[in-house]
Design a protein around this ligand. Sequence first.
Ligand code: GDP
Length: 362
Amino acid sequence: AHEAALAARSKDNLRSPICCILGHVDTGKTKLLDKIRQTNVQEGEAGGITQQIGATYFPVEAIQAKTAVLNKDGKQEYKIPGLLVIDTPGHESFTNLRSRGSSLCNIAILVVDIMHGLEPQTLESLRLLRDRKTPFIVALNKIDRMYGWEATPDNDFRSSLAKQKRSVQREFEDRLEKTIVAFAEQGLNAVLYYENKNFARNVSLVPTSAITGEGVPDMIMLLVNLTQQRMSDRLMYLSELECTVLEVKVIEGLGTTIDVVLSNGILHEGDRIVVCGLNGPIVTQIRALLTPQPLRELRIKAQYVHHKEIKAAMGVKIGAPDLEKAIAGSRLLVVGPDDDEEDMMDEIMSDLTTLLNSIDKS
Ligand code: GDP
């Protein structure tokens, strides 16, 4: 079993990275999410995109389809099995996604409105990303709003830009330059992604439109390349469970549930779990492991599918007794046969101080 674990722990066997979207209000975070979630394949077909609890999973087949315009020669390598994108954009879900202070969000998209440049919440997002040392790319969104822009839906950015009138290209260059200067004022070297020769030093800018879909293939391809080239260490499978509570919610018929992101390991129905609670550690047993009903099954009344076990990476809803006081942002631990429950309760509660501190800050 040890050998198998070692073999599984290899750079050729990566887990799916987790991606968050941040940025100022109205920059187009929600619209960008909608755009990348749009499916061309029939709902529910193999290779399709699946809606999860609090997240959307893109299997590699869907990623390949969405980046096909940039891979006409078929030379692009896709090593990640998929991408898990967190559905709630913004600070809160980003700050809740953490484990011992480090972020579970492997890569972030910081959305900036190209017509407005850097805004107050852009700077706040930058501070959060730096605090958590989270790699990110910048989507320079709303390029279609530049005067005279002629859209080619879902095109790659460079060929769309090449088709524009000279005046539009000039406006783009001008706005790009201003954005680069604004980032420089924040101490960051920002460069157009296809001119970025050093991912470690420079932040990549990807021009996008969430309305026309232009630049969206570029954005997804950049996420793929950055994660598989620069983060393969962090994306190797761990034997340890990595799971975080994103939200605590009361659901009719289920009582208080927790929505979690399982980023590594396996959860089972019946597992004994420990999470952080307002009045102390909560130890309980998983009664229900749930994911949303696939769209094609909507005629079935039940809203959720029950599972005996679920493997990472996934967005999962957990039903269990005594979750009323659970805290979003808490880690979730599973008590194994050889584990000391008391130790785990102490460990979970030691997170509370860090958690409360960062709630104060955000
Ligand atoms: P959020 O607050 O960052 O989630 O922003 P939304 O996604 O709600 O978008 C805010 C407004 O900008 C909405 O009216 C969108 O239709 C519009 N919008 C978003 N992205 C684009 C874009 O790329 N081009 C244009 N023209 N409008 C956009």
